[in-house]
Design a protein around this ligand. Structure first.
Ligand code: SAM
Length: 123
């Protein structure tokens, strides 16, 4: 990283579903949930989104991805974000050929449970 001029970045190789691996890194201003929602069950997506406030500083942005293959789950994902205290900053157009969004967290800072499993890749 330093060779590329990226000082102050710590890389952790570990299980992204295990909240214990985020100790010391949360609450964060920018949270990337990319390359996850296309590989886990709808229930795990909903549970992961419900847990995202625990990753967020007040005003944080979560950037997420999900394909648009039918049945298009992006509208449900947006609804789950809103139910968890987020507002949409941007969501890709359905005709774009991909699904991505940025949601802002305006709620209070909440503690991330230290030993919770958020999702399991099943595809
Ligand atoms: C769909 S790819 C996304 C790669 C990258 N994040 C992106 O957006 O381009 C998913 C990757 O997550 C890895 N993966 C699966 N389960 C994981 C977990 N629990 N923790 C961390 N990585 C996991 C897979 O091995 C795979 O390399």
């Amino acid at each position: 990283m330093r060779d590329h001029g990226l000082d102050g970045i710590e890389v952790l190789t570990g299980d992204a579903a295990d909240t214990a691996n985020y100790a010391g890194a949360v609450p964060a201003d920018l949270v990337l949930a990319c390359g996850i929602f296309g590989n886990i069950s709808d229930g795990d997506i909903q549970r992961t989104i419900a847990g995202l406030p625990g990753f967020c500083a007040s005003g944080a942005t979560v950037v997420w991805t999900r394909h648009r293959e039918p049945p298009d789950l992006v509208p449900a994902i947006c609804a789950w974000f809103e139910a968890s205290g987020f507002t949409a900053r941007w969501v890709s157009d359905p005709r774009a050929g991909y699904g991505a969004g940025a949601h802002r967290y305006a709620g209070p800072v909440v503690e991330l449970p230290p030993d919770e499993r958020l999702f399991t890749f099943d595809r």
